[in-house]
Ligand binder design. Structure first.
Ligand code: AP5
Ligand code: MG
Length: 190
């Protein structure tokens, strides 16, 4: 299996690059943000709880997202591999993911971190907010999402670096150029 973690701050291009990676490598896309937005759209009780947290730009509890990912891994045992997008977001989630994969004699192959400066992130997210109306793409929530990333999520990068699995890619430029750099990294470990 090819198991990738696509990592980076809000707006760094995780979702955009994930779509292209899936197309090329046929992996199963696991985006905790997308799953949670699906729960909100379906007005489930989990969705209603998550919406309040997501609208503030805070993190949903580790327990909830780890449970969601565990179910998806279980339901896709025959997959060629997974692409984890927006997960893990805390060191506790990264440790739990290693355990979940271990149960299937699998592991993370590679972590790619998309490196983008704050000014560019804010610009991209405000633009998307205007275009799509995504609820957490407003200036106040964007600022908090970026702070939460620095405080709670960035340690995940060191977690994978300690395993020799973290690779940094410049996430500024054209989507295709960035994809080329991402695939260069994937081809090296594949
Ligand atoms: P989530 O859905 O994961 O959002 P995010 O991390 O804030 O990131 P985005 O999806 O906004 O950005 P992205 O990196 O995917 O970039 P994209 O490709 O879309 O999480 C949302 C919330 O859910 C969290 O705040 C939290 O509350 C909760 N949550 C989710 N996972 C969780 C977890 N594991 N634990 C706890 N809570 C969790 O691109 C952004 C924009 O830029 C797009 O408009 C795109 O078209 C554009 N763009 C992309 N690439 C480029 C480029 N190269 N140049 C110019 N524009 C570009
Ligand atoms: Mg995304």
């Amino acid at each position: 299996m090819l198991n990738l973690v696509l990592f980076g701050p809000p707006g760094s291009g995780k979702g955009t690059q994930s779509e292209k990676i899936i197309e090329k490598y046929g992996l199963v896309h696991l985006s905790t943000g997308d799953i949670l937005r699906g729960e909100i759209a379906n007005k489930t009780s989990l969705g209603m709880k998550a919406k309040e947290i997501m609208d503030k730009g805070e993190l949903v509890s580790d327990e909830i997202v780890i449970g969601m990912i565990g179910n998806k891994i279980e339901a896709n045992k025959d997959a060629k591999g997974f692409i984890f997008d927006g997960f893990p977001r805390t060191v506790a989630q990264a440790e739990a993911l290693d355990k979940l994969l271990e149960e299937h004699n699998e592991e993370i192959t590679l972590m790619i971190s998309l490196e983008v400066e704050k000014e560019e992130l804010v610009k991209r997210l405000l633009k998307r907010g205007e275009e799509t109306g995504r609820a957490d793409d407003n200036l106040e929530t964007i600022e908090n999402r970026i702070n939460v990333y620095h405080q709670q999520t960035s340690p995940v990068k060191e977690y994978y670096a300690a395993q020799g699995k973290a690779h940094l890619v410049d996430g500024v430029g054209s989507i295709d150029d960035i994809f080329e750099k991402v695939t260069d990294q994937i081809e090296m470990v594949k």
